[in-house]
Design a protein around this ligand. Structure first.
Ligand code: GLY
Length: 436
């Protein structure tokens, strides 16, 4: 089976590795940068940008894959799935219209509202014409979150208390957003613990993978600016220390209803990954946002645990036969820690040499934004390498991941606290306080 993978990050490295586990996979990759991990697993590759649909088309016609797998959101937003459909090639990843689940926050909030799906916080959407009415809405909320409507690389969302203090500043940011985006979404700020629930879907049913908790802030103790995610963990019981089975079921139910609503709304079936960023609050599970792809780092927590053949899973998604497959994951805990360039995310040390020494056998490493030139690895301006520990419990998985970081030398840093007992206790106590 020839498979074409689009994407060049650590998430795609994990996808490539999992697809290659299936006997007979011939993997071809279309990458934005020369990721040595993906290239080493590929039978052929092409470098190009995600907006160059002509280049993607030529490469696809040359390879003639059985199906394609789209890793990141950017090519989805550019309509790469629509292109593959025209070429009559099956694809894991939603069309541009369905990818609005991620690319338009107003679309998703309105979808849940229209179809009476629980999970929305209080919210309103404003444009340049009615922005003056936003003041009253902001005044009505205890604290708010301001979200631009569109892809912002995780950098556009601003939270009261974290990124700005006063309601006046909130209103000013709304006006700033409207200079570059058609809509701005104002939401009530929710208190709780966040988790990622990545579901596989054939458009009819959704199948949840184990929940994961990501760490967005750059520095130890959840300090510093927001990043793409500095690391994440999952537990051997496929829950999280602050999350019960019923919470995961509540989240899956929301995503199931959203998949059905998407079909009603567009007439198309969503085939791919629906990744919900949820928050457990005093009033149940609430939706922060959807992504139309696997999470990065969260893909690295779930894919290595998948016991079911991933190519079979992809075929079941394509043929809408997910209901016939029992998708299994190992009962193991995982901890993923990202090494990132010094100065990341605001002023990353680019073009710095990295040396990967002998990695212990029980560790997996995934290459992210890294360039290989003349057999030397260099940092770029984003996350560099992820170290993944897998073990019977979190404590052991954390130790494995932490040890592995010592084998990678360069002007890099990571969060030593991810997956540690202290941080887990902090999360559990926070949740207890909220539920009181
Ligand atoms: N870990 C956050 C994301 O993938 O968007």
């Amino acid at each position: 089976m020839k498979i074409l993978l689009i994407g060049s990050g650590a998430r795609e490295h994990a996808i490539a590795e999992t697809l290659k586990k299936s006997k007979g996979t011939l993997l071809y990759s279309y990458l934005k940068s020369k990721n040595p991990g993906i290239i080493s697993l590929s039978n052929g590759f092409e470098i190009g940008n995600y907006a160059d649909l002509n280049k993607i088309k030529s490469y696809t016609q040359k390879i003639k894959p059985g199906f394609t797998f789209v890793g990141p959101e950017e090519p989805l937003n550019n309509g790469v799935t629509d292109l593959f459909k025209k070429l009559k090639i099956d694809v894991i990843g939603p069309t541009k219209s369905l990818a609005r689940l991620e690319t338009s926050k107003s679309f998703t909030r309105n979808l849940l509202r229209k179809h009476k799906i629980e999970g929305n916080p209080r919210f309103e959407i404003f444009n340049k014409k009615n922005i003056s009415e936003a003041k009253n809405f902001i005044d009505d909320l205890r604290q708010c979150v301001i979200k631009p409507d569109g892809l912002t690389g995780g950098k556009g969302v601003k939270v009261q208390g974290d990124h700005f203090k006063t309601k006046k500043e909130a209103f000013a940011y709304c006006n700033e957003v409207l200079q570059t985006h058609p809509f701005v979404i104002i939401e009530e700020k929710l208190e709780g613990e966040e988790f990622s629930l990545q579901c596989l879907t054939d458009g009819k049913i959704v199948v949840a993978t184990p929940p994961v908790q990501d760490h967005k802030r750059a520095f130890v103790g959840d300090k510093g600016p927001n990043t793409g995610g500095m690391g994440s963990y999952s537990c051997e019981n496929h829950l999280l220390p602050f999350l019960a089975k019923k919470d995961v079921e509540e989240g899956s139910k929301i995503t199931q209803k959203v998949a059905e609503a998407l079909h009603k709304e567009t007439g198309q079936y969503y085939k791919g990954i629906m990744y919900a960023g949820f928050i457990k609050t005093k009033n149940g599970i609430k939706l922060l946002e959807y992504n139309a792809r696997f999470g990065d780092p969260e893909a690295m927590n779930v894919l290595p645990l998948m016991e079911t053949d991933f190519v079979d899973v992809c075929n079941a998604i394509i043929n809408q036969e997910l209901h016939k497959l029992k998708i299994k994951f190992q009962n193991k805990a995982t901890v993923c820690k990202y090494l990132v360039p010094n100065g990341y995310p605001n002023n990353p040390a680019k073009n710095e040499k990295i040396i990967v020494e002998k990695i212990p056998e029980n560790v997996k490493i995934y290459y992210a934004s890294i360039e290989q030139r003349d057999n030397v690895l260099y940092t770029t301006n984003s996350r560099t390498i992820a170290c993944l520990g897998i073990a019977g419990n979190l404590e052991k998985a954390e130790r494995i991941a932490e040890e592995a970081t010592k084998s990678i030398k360069g002007k890099l840093f990571h969060r030593k606290d991810i997956g540690t007992k202290e941080v887990i206790e902090k999360r559990v106590n926070h949740m207890k306080k909220i539920l009181k």
